[in-house]
Ligand binder design. Structure first.
Ligand code: NAP
Ligand code: GCO
Length: 267
């Protein structure tokens, strides 16, 4: 038996992480680089791509960055063709780019609902569809969809997001079902509540300096009694991108400190 740790190596692999100038995507890309992968990322604006490239350089990662709106199918097809030409065929795709709109459902417009579904559900379909042919040609592929606790639970004001992330869970299972025979494994990561710009509004200090009520609520609901950090996602993401998970398919790996298993601390 070779060294089991070799099965977690991503040496020689090309990884595309969408929306990875910062936040969870940046952390996952950094972990993949440390495991040996070549990093490719996109973001919606050049200034963000430039910021991302500088951040990767700061940690010694020579990433490839491209401007691309993941909801634009023609742009995504062009992005994948450019990556294949300039970097190589994509072995690992992380559908990370995402938005959230926290609006009570009856106050949310259909357009606002559509915008969230577009980025959080339609885009993973569009990007996966663009990279799968190259993976089939190569004889292997890993697709990791960044789902959410909201793939399982709802809460007030996040109807569009929960609908999208619930759909993304099932898209994950369907890609597994449709392309497992071509040695493509498609799994999801379901982060719990992670401290990133996306959740900053839920953690900001109150005018009197006290913690945000939602911040205290999440800490009480999480057995780990803390918010997650982007670093908490690195190991699970490397596992799902590596040969160590070649027989794991259609699975949503919740990285949530146990929140989904716990009724919550008695107030
Ligand atoms: P974030 O800080 O808001 O970063 C999201 C990234 O996606 C940004 O770089 C953003 O770029 C990019 N993006 C948005 N729309 C895009 C588009 N149309 N095309 C290309 N890039 C686009 O979010 P995060 O907290 O890192 O979350 C990343 C993923 O994890 C999301 O799918 C989110 O739903 C999921 N997630 C987050 C948490 C959490 O607690 N933070 C928990 C579970 C799941 P711009 O800055 O230009 O918008
Ligand atoms: C919210 C949060 C959550 C997290 C994450 C939890 O408003 O409830 O933004 O949706 O982002 O998705 O897993």
């Amino acid at each position: 038996m070779n060294n089991i740790l070799d099965s977690f190596s991503l040496k020689g692999k090309v990884a595309l992480i969408t929306g990875a100038s910062y936040g969870i995507g940046f952390a996952i890309a950094s972990a993949y680089a440390a495991a040996g992968a070549t990093i490719v990322f996109n973001d919606i604006r050049q200034e963000l791509v430039d910021k991302g490239l500088a951040s990767y350089k700061e940690i010694g990662v020579d990433a490839h960055g491209y401007v691309c709106d993941v909801t634009d199918e023609a742009a995504v097809q062009q992005l994948v063709a450019t990556i294949e030409k300039e970097v190589g065929v994509i072995d690992i795709l992380v559908n990370n780019a995402g938005i959230i709109k926290r609006i009570p459902m009856c106050d949310m417009t259909a357009e606002q609902f559509r915008q969230v579904i577009d980025v959080d559900l339609n885009a993973p379909f569009i990007v996966s569809k663009a990279v799968i042919p190259g993976m089939i040609k190569k004889g292997h592929g890993k697709i990791i969809n960044i789902c959410s606790m909201m793939s399982e639970l709802g809460r007030e004001t996040v109807s569009a997001y929960a609908a999208a992330k619930g759909g993304l869970k099932m898209l994950t299972r369907n890609i597994c079902s449709e392309y497992g025979e071509q040695n493509i494994q498609c799994n999801g990561i379901g982060p719990g509540y992670i401290a990133t710009p996306q959740t900053a509004p839920l953690r900001e200090r109150q005018p009197d300096g006290s913690r945000h009520p939602f911040d205290s609520f999440i800490v009480a609901k999480t057995p780990a009694a803390r918010w997650g950090t982007t670093e908490d996602l690195m190991g699970p993401a490397v596992f799902l991108a590596s040969d160590a998970s070649n027989f794991v398919n259609g699975h949503i790996l919740y990285v949530d400190g146990g929140i989904l298993a716990y009724i919550g601390k008695q107030p």
